[in-house]
Ligand binder design. Structure first.
Ligand code: ARG
Length: 593
């Protein structure tokens, strides 16, 4: 399917209808945007809230309307015919309550089942976006902060991709900077012959980093050599370039193990990539009169900020900011991205605020900060805490190795799965490979979901026991709920393709309607999660969907009932939407439990 098939969310479709009515009612006010939202009151499914605003706009100027309510009435009268809306009512203050048509909800679901969930993709007004995420630093540890960035960034990329936005998934690795002088010099010392440097001499990259840092801090002559090594590396001397490449390659292989487990795809364009373009960027900023001297450094003062953004250090070197200014310019100009999204801990918020301000002052980004594009957004997130409420560490207070962490999640899942199957006398029905794949899906899924379900700005406590619980708002619960729905469908022994062609969903029971309404809201939830960059909105929807399904399944008999076909289709639609939520959250569904 293509974007051409997407009809937009219910909210978008209702907005279109109300836009037409607004234009018909107020021929002189063609630009008014329809204000359609999900109903908070119980009088309708959605509401349109334009009457009040229009009233204050035209009050005294028009004799046609006597109060907001009369505007609401007129908007209803002028609604074009539509099969979406069953009925409307106008509240005293002019709000219009909208009740969706059962027949339309049913048809909308039937069409999705036939044509694919892609037809429920929201329409996002952006063609190309950059998502800058994960972005660990070479030779330093890839810590839980980078895990958060990887998980959150991947989800945002997936949601945008599903919405037909082309996404450049950028790994902005820290592969440049003064630490490399020290690392390279240390590498030379560890393997003086230079022949088989690399992995052998380095062993564990984190230990290697620590040892070289120690030497750098303690040994003055080493420090001097290290500083010279930076200059020789940046001057492009072959021996130094090669050592640098080797160190990067070892890091890269380590990062790849994490990405492979998480099923995350990234394209590396590290800091070094932008290095050749920095002088030109600084020159342009200078030409535009933005750069001034301050205490030997060259800086940009930003309104409302105490400390300026340093773009050239006092020793003439470039820094994190010089690179980010160059990267944002490159992404806008060369890559033609309309939305640039940076996923890092909240601690870097100030840095990005300053970079974005500078980009606006340089006219790379439009002056106005708002909902329009092109724009740049910082997606900040809080800390991962341990059970003690402090920063998450291992018992020996080391940084947690992400690969170990993910392996532990998987191993715990495998044990629990085997136990559960054993208890049901079903262990024999599973192959070792099936067990392993399911444990991976559930274990990695649990780690991701535990992160994503929280508002990203809050800190969250990492707890295997909590995230692997099969009750409550966890991936384990949701994955099992989905597998259970699949098994209901399997047990019916009905041909699903035939059923889909036959259609005939009916929503006569109240709990069927609630489920149907929740299903058709999928697109606008993805739209909201995308536009506000909040994956937890999608998690909440998924959890509610599973609860809504449970209510339906408790009150409505499926197999063997007179409504079996219709209800099986509702089961299938729930499974399809749940699977798409999993897909967008980077979680692999399981079909068997
Ligand atoms: N390497 C940085 C860190 O580990 C994150 C980079 C984020 N992206 C950027 N364009 N600055 O904190």
């Amino acid at each position: 399917s293509t974007s051409g098939d997407a009809v937009g969310s219910v909210k978008q479709q209702l907005s279109k209808i109300f836009k037409a009515s607004l234009q018909a009612t107020f021929p002189n006010e063609q630009d008014v945007e329809p204000l359609v939202s999900v109903s908070t009151a119980k009088f309708g499914d959605y509401q349109c809230n334009n009457a009040m605003g229009m009233w204050s706009k035209i009050k005294g100027k028009s004799t046609e309307f006597s109060n907001p309510n009369s505007i609401g009435q007129a908007l209803v009268r002028n609604l074009p015919a539509s099969e979406i809306i069953e009925s409307t009512s106008v509240a005293k203050a002019g709000f219009i309550n909208i009740i969706l048509s059962n027949a339309w909800i049913a048809k909308h679901i039937e069409r999705m089942l036939l044509n694919g969930i892609e037809t429920w993709a929201p329409i996002i007004p952006v063609k190309r976006a950059v998502v800058d995420f994960s972005s660990p630093n070479i030779a330093k540890e890839m810590h839980v902060g980078h895990l958060r960035s990887t998980i959150i960034g991947d989800t945002l990329a997936r949601m945008l991709e599903f919405s037909n936005v082309e996404v450049l998934r950028r790994n902005h690795v820290g592969d440049w900077g003064t630490q490399f002088g020290m690392l390279i010099e240390y590498l030379f010392e560890m393997s003086p012959n230079g022949e088989d440097a690399g992995q052998q001499a380095i062993g564990d990259l984190q230990d290697f980093y620590k040892a070289s840092k120690k030497k750098f801090d303690e040994d003055a002559s080493f420090k001097e050599k290290a500083q010279k090594a930076v200059v020789r590396l940046q001057g492009g001397e072959l021996k130094y370039r090669n050592a640098w490449k080797e160190i990067c390659e070892i890091s890269r292989r380590e990062f790849a193990q994490v990405y492979q487990r998480l099923g995350v795809h990234l394209e590396e364009k590290g800091e070094s990539f932008y290095n050749p373009y920095i002088p030109d960027t600084i020159r342009e900023l200078d030409d535009k009169g933005l750069v001034v001297e301050s205490e030997g450094a060259r800086v940009i003062f930003i309104e409302g900020q105490q400390i300026p953004l340093i773009v050239v250090k006092s020793d003439g070197g470039y820094n994190y900011a010089s690179t980010d200014l160059t990267a944002i310019r490159y992404r806008l100009r060369e890559e033609k991205a309309e939305w640039i999204i940076y996923v890092t801990d909240v601690g870097q918020q100030n840095h990005f605020d300053m970079v974005f301000s500078a980009a606006r002052r340089a006219s790379w980004l439009p002056e106005s900060v708002g909902s329009s594009f092109p724009k740049a957004s910082h997606v900040g997130f809080g800390l991962v805490l341990g059970a003690d409420g402090k920063r998450f560490r291992t018992r020996s207070s080391e940084v947690v190795r992400l690969v170990d962490l993910l392996d532990e999640a998987k191993n715990r899942c495998r044990k629990e799965l085997e136990q559960r199957l054993e208890n049901h006398g079903k262990l024999g029905e599973w192959t070792g490979q099936e067990l392993e794949k399911t444990a991976e899906a559930v274990g990695y899924g649990a780690v991701k979901y535990a992160d994503l379900k929280n508002n990203r700005l809050t800190n969250y406590t990492f707890s295997f026991d909590q995230m692997l619980n099969d009750k409550g708002n966890t991936a384990v619960y949701l994955l099992y709920a989905h597998a259970r729905i699949c098994s209901i469908i399997r047990k019916s022994n009905r041909d699903l393709e035939e059923l889909k062609k036959g259609g005939g969903i009916s929503l006569s029971h109240a709990d069927e309607r609630i489920l149907g309404l929740h299903l058709v809201r999928f697109a606008e939830v993805v739209e909201e999660a995308c536009l506000n960059l909040l994956p937890n909105v999608l998690c909440e929807y998924l959890y509610n969907l599973s609860e809504t399904f449970t209510r339906f399944y408790t009150s409505c008999q499926v197999i063997g009932s007179a409504e079996e076909s219709s209800r099986l289709l509702l089961c299938e639609a729930t499974a399809v939407v749940m699977r798409q939520c999993f897909e967008l959250l980077g979680i692999e569904p399981v079909y068997k439990i």
